[in-house]
Design a protein around this ligand. Structure first.
Ligand code: NAG
Ligand code: NAG
Ligand code: NAG
Length: 273
């Protein structure tokens, strides 16, 4: 019994260690995988699957639906995007349908570029992971192709209302800000002199299934993520999400999300796996 108890304690300690590390590893691996896939479109780890026969949303404004293996959400394609913002209520993730007992994760973020512009992405968001009845969260910022880094000193829980904003002050510098709407407290990272210049041609609100070790992590059942107050600045004016391209995640023959816009300032994604 003592042996078992000790073994259990050891296993529990090991599990804790294993649990503590994976998100950072996964995020780094996700970045490494994006780099390795030297395709012209970062989000396209496979060619676009035409929307024939599947209407991801009945919203009349969501006429351009694309499918991706890792991105779901809405992308504006234009020019001169310098700020993208959106607010989410942090979801309580559950195991995804394909998790098979493994940890499942998803990430919600806002960003500039990464769709038709593959040079770089300025992004900030929150990862959520479900493992064996436990959930964990990380808030992060990234200027692809550099790694993503966690913000320090933010503790996130389900139900928190969080505003995410990225701003490009130039094509090689800017800020990533996560704001806690309950407290007004912000965490900010300032980027400068990045080697990869932005195109400023994409503004997006995304729920992502990221990669670890070259394959997608089991996608978490995130319920619904809604980006409210979704807007971008372009050419000195503010634009909403009307006319955005809607992207849903399809893996194999299965469509896992149903995303769309609602009104001019809201983007929603539902997990339907
Ligand atoms: C998809 O939407 C279009 C336009 O509303 C409609 O004509 C078509 O029948 C729909 N297809 C399916 C499979 O629901
Ligand atoms: C926001 O602040 C509240 C109140 O202090 C706290 O409970 C919550 O976890 C915070 N959320 C984030 C994302 O900082
Ligand atoms: C569609 O877009 C128009 C403006 O282009 C907007 O007024 C309307 O609310 C949108 N409809 C929906 C269902 O989002």
């Amino acid at each position: 019994m003592r042996f078992i108890t000790t073994l259990t304690a050891l296993l529990s300690a090991l599990t804790h260690l294993v649990l503590a590390a994976p998100l950072t590893e996964q995020r780094r691996a996700r970045l490494a995988a994006k780099r390795a896939a030297a395709t012209p479109r970062i989000l396209g780890s496979h060619p676009l699957i035409p929307a024939d026969g599947i209407n991801a949303s009945s919203n009349g404004n969501n006429s351009h639906v694309q499918y991706s293996s890792n991105w779901a959400g809405a992308v504006l394609i234009g020019s001169g995007y310098t700020t993208v913002t959106g607010t989410i209520v942090v979801p309580m993730p559950k195991a995804g349908s394909g998790a098979g007992g493994k940890a499942s994760s998803a990430s919600a973020w806002v960003g500039i570029d990464g769709d038709t512009c593959s040079t770089s992405i300025l992004q900030t968001g929150i990862d959520f992971t479900y493992t064996n009845g436990q959930v964990s969260y990380d808030a992060w910022y990234e200027w692809f192709p550099d790694y993503a880094y966690n913000f320090d000193g933010i503790s996130i829980k389900a139900g928190d209302t969080v505003t995410m904003t990225v701003t490009a002050n130039s094509k090689t510098g800017g800020t990533a800000v996560i704001e806690n709407q309950s407290t007004g407290k912000t965490a900010t990272h300032t980027f400068s002199a990045q080697s990869a210049a932005l195109c400023e041609t994409n503004a997006e609100w995304i729920v992502e299934d990221f990669e670890s070790g070259g394959s997608l992590v089991p996608f978490a059942n995130f319920g619904t993520v809604t980006f409210t107050g979704a807007s971008a600045r372009s050419g000195g004016g503010t634009v909403g999400v009307n006319g955005a391209t809607i992207i849903d995640i399809q893996q194999g023959s299965k469509v896992l999300t149903d995303c769309g816009t609602s009104g001019s300032s809201s983007v929603y994604c539902r997990y339907i796996g």
